[in-house]
Design a protein around this ligand. Structure first.
Ligand code: 5CA
Ligand code: ZN
Length: 409
């Protein structure tokens, strides 16, 4: 699949900082030490509805990770998937009487537009589940041949007990895993499984549903976790720097993915850090396509909201916290954007070298975007009140906000 166009990232004077980030697996903050090419996999959308503010907030967090790395003069190798065949997508297509491929294509196209408008850096490889199937089948066969997968009425399951590290990503007890598995696409109640938590690797063809050639597995379609594993191993390899997504992916998705990959390769870990963004809610409920309580990026754009203001609204919350989308959050962002634009529009200004360092430090410190915004606010306030004589300052602030926060002033 093609991704979306990249916006220019201005180079800043001085030196970027190494990223210290919260890792779900260790439960603490770690300093990442990527090589000259940092590697990141971020789970993509299941394209059955438009991009809502929760999705946008999660992609914003991982965009910041990349901006911190780019500021250290590293290259970034970024991979993202599109779950363009899965139960929720097929169910929505049936409900609305539309072709599932058309639905997926339309929503993926809208996602690209939203990401472009929000100045999210595009992945280098943007891969759909369907196009990944030829790579997934041999991985499932290998797991089965190694005794790590078994068949149940034609479906193939992964045996979680074959990974000695199973459980080390999300650190949950068995009961919690069971509950989340049932809630998030698993089938712990299905009789005949070796362990209730075992996830499906390959689903045998079902009547009325699309299926693909699975070689010795028979016709069918891939399970969800092996999709991301196949794409990540193909384009990044083991031990990449960051596996990212919203906190609802820690279990089962990232736990199972890590186990699949670790058993397949005999290596550990799958990723150096598992990074999870908090959930954005509306009216006290997690914003989700299945609940239907959504605020869409595309709707706000149609309403004439400046995408830079949407981005500032996302940045005004720490990525790890759960927060609520409200009209006030957006109104505050619109106001902040106007203030910042007024401040950088003055011909000369207050020196800004210290501000560049403050923004750098805030983001390197577990992506503390609210602290970065507060630093820019302080500069903008004094700049508007007092001004200064530094000719280059407004331009430097503008480039800093663009390079590190993805906001075009
Ligand atoms: N296709 C899979 C990942 S392989 C999937 O989870 N798709 S999704 O469309 O449901 O979600 C895309 C991303 O947005 C995931 O990282 C998910 O954790 C995140 N996300 C979904 N809802 C919210 C929310 N309310 N707040 C924050 N992030 C969210
Ligand atoms: Zn994924």
């Amino acid at each position: 699949m093609h991704a979306w166009p990249a916006s220019e990232v201005p180079a800043l004077p001085g030196k970027g900082r190494d990223l210290r980030i919260h890792d779900t697996a260790t439960g603490g903050r770690i300093t990442l030490d990527p090589g000259p090419v940092a590697r990141i996999y971020v789970c993509g959308i299941t394209p059955y509805d438009a991009t809502h503010m929760g999705h946008a907030a999660t992609y914003n967090a991982f965009d910041l990770v990349q901006r911190v790395w780019l500021d250290t003069k590293r290259q970034v190798h970024y991979v993202q998937n599109v779950t363009d065949v899965d139960d929720p997508l097929l169910e929505r297509a049936v409900r609305d009487g539309q072709d599932w491929t058309e639905l997926a294509e339309r929503e993926t196209a809208l996602f690209r537009e939203d990401m472009t408008a929000l100045r999210m850096l595009p992945p280098k490889h943007y891969i759909g589940a369907v196009e990944a199937i030829p790579g997934i089948v041999p991985l499932v066969e290998r797991l089965r041949d190694a005794g790590a997968a078994y068949e149940l009425d034609g479906d193939v399951y992964f045996s979680v007990e074959t990974d000695p590290h199973f459980g080390e990503v999300s650190n949950l007890d068995t009961e919690a895993m069971r509950l989340l598995s049932a809630e998030r696409g698993g089938d712990p109640e299905r009789p005949g499984k070796k362990n209730p938590l075992d996830p499906m690797l390959w689903m045998a063809a079902r009547e009325g549903e699309p299926s693909w050639d699975g070689a010795s597995l028979g016709p069918g379609r891939p399970g969800w976790h092996i999709e991301c594993v196949a794409i990540a191993l193909d384009h990044l390899g083991m031990g990449f720097d960051v596996q990212g997504g919203g906190s609802d992916l820690a279990f089962p998705h990232h736990e199972m993915g890590a186990s699949h990959a670790q058993v397949l390769t005999g290596e550990h870990p799958f990723a150096q850090a598992y990074v999870h963004a908090g959930m954005v809610g509306l009216d006290g409920e997690k914003m989700s396509k299945s609940r239907g309580n959504l605020v869409f990026v595309s709707q706000l754009r149609r309403d004439g909201v400046d995408p830079a203001a949407i981005r500032l609204a996302l940045l005004s919350h720490h990525y790890r916290s759960d927060w609520e989308w409200t009209d006030q959050v957006l109104a505050d962002a619109v106001e902040r954007l106007a203030r910042w634009r007024a401040a950088v529009s003055r011909p000369d200004g207050l020196p800004a070298e210290a501000l560049v360092e403050e923004v750098r430090e805030a983001l390197a410190d577990d992506l503390d975007a609210p602290a970065a915004l507060a630093a820019v606010d302080r500069w903008a306030e004094r700049q508007i009140a007092d001004g200064g004589t530094d000719e280059g300052a407004p331009g430097l602030v503008s480039r800093t906000v663009d390079a590190l926060l993805g906001v075009a002033l």
